[in-house]
Design a protein around this ligand. Structure first.
Ligand code: SF4
Ligand code: MG
Length: 318
C-alpha cells in the first residue's frame, strides 16, 4: 500500500487554545483509518484540518500534509475547490438534514454532477444518478422522491451517493450514522466498506463509538486531549489495547463479538483545553497513574512495528 494522505506534526489552534498537538498519521490507499476519542478529543478537528476543510477560527500553525504528493496546506483556495468533493468528500452526522427539502434527491445529485462534471450530457448525468443510487442500495425510482419521503437512513445513503458522485480518493465519515438506529448504522457502514473495496477509495472514519471502529476499520488512532495516545491495527486494539484510555473506551461500549463485557465507562470527564493537566493529560482519570504521569508528558513511541503508544507504562519496563 502507498499513502494517500501523510500528516506530519500537525497542530491546530482555536485562538490561543491548542486543539490538536503535533499529530503524525498516514492514511494508506484503500484503507479505513478510524479516529476514536470522546467529544472534544480533537478527532474531527484533526481530520478537517488535514484535508483543508477546517473552518475559521480554526488555524493550522504548524505541520505538513501531503495528498498524493501535493502539499495540501500550501494550496490556494482555487486549487482546493477543485480538490474538494472530487478528491476528498465528506459525510457528516447531520448530512441527511442538509438535503434541500424542496428539490428531489435526483435533482440534487444532478446538481453536483452538473457543477463538477460539465462535460456530461443530461442523459449521462441521469444514468450516473441512477447508478449512484443503486450503489448505495436505494431503488432507482426514488430518484424523483423528496427528502421528506425518505427515512433518515435513506437520506444518509443519498448523502453517501453524493459524496461518491465524483469518485473521490478519500471519504471522511464524521459520525456518519450516529443519529440512526443500530441496525441501519451497521447496514450503511457495511455497505460503505464494500464500496470502498470495489471503488478503491480510502476512508477516515471518525466516531466516539469504538466498537464500530473495531468492526469497520483497518487501523485505529485513539485521541485524547488533542493528541494521538495509541495507534494500532483495529484487531490489535480490540485484542489488547495498551493505553489505559484505550482500554477505558473499549470498556465503555458493548462488544460486538466475543464474551459480553461489563460496561464500565471512564470516570471523570475529558480535559478542558483551557486548563490541560500537566504531564500525561489522562492522569487525573487514569486508574494506573504513577508519580511521573503528573509531571512529564509521555511521547508517542513505537512499541512494535505496528503499534505506537504514549504512556509511561510502556517505558518503565524497557
Ligand atoms: Fe495513565 Fe500514566 Fe499512562 Fe498517562 S502515562 S495513561 S497517567 S499510566
Ligand atoms: Mg466531532
Amino acid at each position: 500500500m502507498s499513502p494517500v494522505l501523510e500528516i506530519r506534526d500537525l497542530s491546530v489552534d482555536y485562538g490561543s487554545l491548542r486543539a490538536v498537538h503535533d499529530v503524525s498519521l498516514t492514511l494508506e490507499a484503500g484503507e479505513v483509518l478510524g479516529l476514536a476519542g470522546e467529544s472534544g478529543s480533537g478527532k474531527s478537528t484533526l481530520a478537517y484540518a488535514a484535508t483543508r476543510l477546517l473552518q475559521p477560527p480554526g488555524r493550522v500553525p504548524s505541520g505538513e500534509v501531503r495528498f498524493k504528493g501535493h502539499d495540501l496546506l500550501a494550496l490556494t483556495e482555487k486549487q482546493l475547490r477543485a480538490l474538494r468533493w472530487s478528491e476528498i468528500a465528506i459525510v457528516f452526522q447531520g448530512a441527511m438534514n442538509a438535503l434541500n427539502p424542496v428539490i428531489s434527491v435526483g435533482a440534487q445529485i444532478d446538481d453536483v454532477l452538473r457543477a463538477h462534471r460539465p462535460g456530461l450530457t443530461r442523459q449521462e448525468r441521469t444514468n450516473r444518478g441512477r447508478e449512484l443510487l443503486s450503489l448505495v442500495g436505494i431503488p432507482i425510482d426514488r430518484l424523483s422522491a423528496y427528502p421528506h419521503q425518505l427515512s433518515g437512513g435513506m437520506r444518509q445513503r443519498v448523502m453517501i451517493a453524493m459524496a461518491l458522485a465524483l469518485e473521490p480518493e478519500i471519504v471522511i465519515m464524521d459520525e456518519p450514522t450516529t443519529a440512526l438506529d443500530v441496525v441501519v448504522q451497521r447496514q450503511i457502514l457495511g455497505q460503505m466498506m464494500r464500496l470502498r473495496e470495489t471503488l478503491g477509495f480510502s476512508i477516515i472514519f471518525i466516531t466516539h463509538d469504538i466498537s464500530l471502529l473495531v468492526e469497520f476499520s483497518d487501523r485505529i488512532a485513539i485521541m485524547y486531549g488533542g493528541r494521538v495516545v495509541e495507534e494500532a491495527p483495529a484487531a490489535e486494539i480490540y485484542r489488547a489495547a495498551k493505553h489505559p484510555y484505550s482500554q477505558g473506551l473499549l470498556g465503555s461500549f458493548p462488544a460486538l463479538r466475543g464474551p459480553r463485557r461489563e460496561l464500565r465507562g471512564i470516570p471523570g470527564s475529558p480535559p478542558d483545553l483551557r486548563s490541560m493537566p500537566t504531564g500525561c493529560p489522562f492522569h487525573p482519570r487514569c486508574p494506573q497513574a504513577m508519580d511521573v504521569c503528573g509531571e512529564r508528558m509521555p511521547s508517542l513511541d513505537s512499541v512494535d512495528e505496528r503499534r505506537r503508544v504514549a504512556c509511561w507504562l510502556e517505558e518503565v519496563h524497557v
